[in-house]
Design a binder for this molecule. Structure first.
Ligand code: MN
Length: 481
């Protein structure tokens, strides 16, 4: 039965901009209109309302209407709303019932096929949504919404679950600048962002879910609303001088507690620097050239408090590289304008050129410290994976912060073993003089060092510790340049 009693009980007409009609008399009505309102309340949702017996029968749909037949969406029935509500847009004050902003996402008419206590079946004819849907009750106020026909957009492709990021090859600046675009290289952690129904999830290069660690990026999902996106970018932390700081990001990379992540996000928020778009509203862009993906990305205008779309440079690679040096950035990535996105591949269509020399390494052992570092780690023995096993690349004894030493101590203690994990091949193992007092560990941990050059026998000269790389697997480590 249509009833606006609950609607009125929940609202104070003097305090909300929403329509609160006086009369309780509800006329039976032949109207068949619907409205969908996007409601940025405590949690983003879409309010789906069907006109019936003189009221708007309503459901709150947390992720919006299903976009294809494969995935149903939860819909929670809410109180009937007055017909006047169908044109309501505005801001409900904080602290009021439903506090937040309401905008009309779509409206139109529907053709009813079935209406029972448990099932409502209808065809929507809106501006944005056309199609046949069914709502079926699962328990109490909980319903599920299912799309019964294929999306009206031809060749609609569902958002993929995950995609492995395309990787750049280390190299030199390309000569022919017309064929290439240049982007700054950001010193952070690579992440793919999947956004659907206003919800974001973040995945690292090695397919770990990072969503919990960076709660400040949830707002990006809510901002794009019902737009379906798969984005590629770099999570970066900026220091007081506005420069990317990998050291500052380290604190954020190991956090899996939601409470701790929220505290850190409030104190030292990161910025997600978006540089590619791989899927947009039912359309995969992986096979499109870089220039088309980049044009769409610029059109999307993703710029907010904790996300930005840094520009791509059109001029010469040398000019872009000059900018990266002047601003103290890590380097540039040259991207071939005509190239498709190649998931999981280290492609020659993306070339990274660095200002600083950094190398990922796998830790194979450590030596205790002396003096001030007595009882702690003095240096790390590191190597690179080869077909012959882990090849020794040198000893890193500098560049550590106290926090870094604590974290390394915690992680390495668990991995202790009695034998060297380094290759025993001639020239690849640890020289006898450097193997004294070493605590060997299973080679599972990846870190990054800065260094000046490679020696002729494959050692890092003047290596300094930059931080852990929990986003990389040991077998993904590759000698750069
Ligand atoms: Mn609502």
């Amino acid at each position: 039965m249509a009833d606006l009693g609950e609607y009125r009980r929940r609202r104070d007409a003097a305090r909300t901009p929403e329509p609160v009609p006086e009369s309780s008399a509800v006329d039976s009505h032949g109207g068949q209109s619907f409205v969908i309102q996007e409601h940025h309340a405590t949690a983003l949702h879409w309010d789906f309302r069907l006109e019936r017996d003189g009221v708007l029968v309503s459901w709150a749909v947390p992720k919006g209407l299903p976009t294809d037949t494969r995935k149903n969406r939860l819909a929670v029935q809410t109180e009937d709303h007055p017909l006047e509500y169908a044109t309501f847009e505005g801001t409900i004050g904080a602290g009021q019932y439903g506090g937040g902003t309401v905008t009309i996402w779509d409206h139109g008419t529907y053709e009813l096929e079935k209406w029972t206590e448990r099932e409502v079946k209808f065809v929507l004819a809106g501006q944005r949504v056309q199609g046949r849907f069914v709502l079926f009750r699962t328990k109490g106020k909980q319903w599920m919404m299912h799309r019964m026909d294929a999306p009206s957009t031809p060749d609609w492709q569902p958002l993929p679950g995950s995609v492995a990021p395309m990787l750049a090859t280390p190299g030199e600046l390309p000569e022919d600048s017309d064929a290439w675009a240049f982007e700054m290289k950001w010193d952070g952690v690579r992440a793919l962002a999947r956004i659907e129904g206003g919800r974001i999830s973040l995945t690292s290069r090695n397919d770990h879910d990072l969503t919990v660690s960076y709660p400040e990026l949830r707002a990006l999902g809510e901002t794009v609303g019902s737009t379906q996106l798969l984005l590629d970018g770099e999570i970066t932390s900026f220091d007081g001088a506005g420069r990317p700081s990998f050291a500052r990001l380290q604190k954020r990379m190991h956090v899996s507690s939601a409470v701790q992540a929220r505290e850190l996000a409030a104190a030292e928020p990161v910025v997600y620097l978006v540089f590619d778009v791989l899927h947009h509203d039912g359309r995969s862009l992986i096979g499109e050239p870089y220039s088309a993906r980049r044009a769409l990305l610029d059109e999307l205008g993703l710029n907010g408090p904790t996300w930005q779309t840094p520009p791509a440079f059109d001029g010469s690679g040398a000019a872009a590289f000059g900018v990266s040096q002047a601003q103290g950035l890590e380097g540039v990535v040259a991207k071939r304008r005509g190239a498709t996105y190649q998931p999981g591949r280290r492609s020659a269509d993306w070339i990274k050129v660095k200002n600083i020399r950094a190398q990922e390494v796998v830790i194979g052992g450590w030596r205790p410290g002396a003096g001030r570092r007595e009882g702690s780690i003095g240096s790390l023995l590191v190597g690179l994976p080869t077909a012959d096993g882990l090849a020794y690349a040198g000893k890193v004894g500098t560049g550590f912060t106290d926090e870094a030493l604590d974290e390394l101590g915690r992680q390495l203690k668990r991995l202790g073993r009695t034998t060297s994990p380094f290759s025993q091949s001639p020239g690849a193992g640890v020289p006898r003089g450097e193997a004294k007092d070493v605590h060997w560990v299973t080679p599972k941990i990846v870190g990054e060092v800065a260094f000046t050059e490679w020696t002729r026998d494959g050692r890092l000269r003047h290596p300094a510790w930059r931080g852990l790389r929990p986003d990389k697997r040991p077998d993904q480590v590759l000698r750069e340049g």
